[in-house]
Design a protein around this ligand. Structure first.
Ligand SMILES: [Zn+2]
Length: 334
């Protein structure tokens, strides 16, 4: 489930506390079981550190929106949490040995992972306003101690450059070849039935879930001098493009849904490259919706969504009525 706990604007301190309460209580109970003398406010400090906020108060003040986003995508070597920051905070607030701090770091991150709660850093980045900047700045504040785990935070900390703000399709190479995802997208564009779907449910598939990707793999601290050596990052756009087609199967009329999801990726010292992931479903005439384990919500009312377009001149993907990266900016064609 990609249940939005809060979205838009800044979350109030009371909302953040309430959302984190079950997680903080689980951490509290577990650490007590491990023999630590700890109170709820200290458990809250450890959880805040796991998200990347130096202090719980800083997290409350930032107005960070929390979303439930179980790990449905991403590479195993990326983490959305910071165990070493939990260890440091545990050493500061509980009088414990370093080995015990390590155990606490692992335990807290285990429960955070199980909760599926993450700070909606991508939304903070895409909104690109004062509230978004405040959240990302709070997370970037101690980046010299611990490398960020989110691409958006690494960008805010100045560790990597931001990706291009517009979405363009690369030109085919000299032999007329292009990426398979891009070729599929262009074909769909030419049929003219592509729509912008914001915040797609991860149940639609791992490819569509990549729209919420926000990952950064920073340098180990001992290699800080080797700037740009291994700063790999991946960033989704918060939307997918859905193509809906009517078709006729032997069993009768059917509908096909194909999702084209853009992601930008950066490896080591290279620039950002965009790629498109595709996945799709066919729902047959008997409308057995769960035949493919498909959630009912995939019956997307496309006529309520904005139409995605492709500009032959500047090769931008854009949509009428959409802002930011879908705005068709800087092009002389209307
Ligand atoms: Zn254009």
């Amino acid at each position: 489930m990609h249940a939005v706990v809060h979205s838009g604007g800044r979350a109030s301190a009371a909302d953040i506390k309430l959302t984190l309460r079950p997680l903080a209580e689980t951490v509290l109970a577990d650490l007590k079981k491990l023999g630590h003398s700890i109170v709820l406010s200290q458990a809250q400090e450890l959880v805040a550190a796991g998200f990347g906020f130096y202090k719980f108060q800083l997290m409350l003040r930032s107005g960070a929106n929390l979303v439930s986003r179980p790990l449905t995508h991403g590479d195993d070597h990326y983490s959305q949490y910071r165990p070493m920051a939990v260890e440091r905070r545990a050493s500061e607030i509980l009088a414990i040995r370093p080995e015990a701090a390590m155990t606490i770091g692992a335990a807290v991150v285990h429960h955070m992972r199980a909760s599926g709660l993450v700070v909606d850093t991508l939304e903070a980045y895409r909104r690109d306003d004062g509230a978004g900047h405040t959240i990302l700045s709070a997370l970037a504040a101690d980046h010299t101690l611990y490398p960020p785990v989110n691409a958006t935070v690494a960008i805010r900390a100045g560790l990597i450059p931001p990706p291009p703000t517009i979405l363009t399709l690369r030109k085919p190479d000299q032999l007329g070849r292009m990426g398979s995802g891009e070729a599929l997208l262009l074909e769909a564009m030419q049929k003219g039935n592509l729509y912008v779907l914001r915040s797609p449910s991860p149940e639609i598939g791992t490819e569509a879930a990549m729209s919420s990707t926000d990952e950064f793999k920073g340098l180990p601290l001992s290699r800080v001098e080797a700037k740009d050596w291994d700063n790999a990052a991946a960033l989704g756009f918060g939307f997918t493009l859905v193509q809906k087609e009517d078709m006729v199967l032997r069993t009768g009329p059917a509908k096909s849904f194909t999702f084209h999801t853009p992601v930008v990726r950066r490896r080591k010292a290279g620039g950002w490259n965009s790629e498109w992931r595709s996945n799709g479903y066919i729902i047959d005439g008997t409308d057995r919706r769960r035949r493919f384990g498909l959630p009912e919500r995939v019956h997307i009312a496309v006529d309520q969504l904005n139409v995605a377009r492709f500009c032959q001149k500047c090769r931008q993907i854009y949509a009428d009525g959409e802002l930011d990266c879908l705005a068709h900016s800087g092009c002389t064609l209307p």
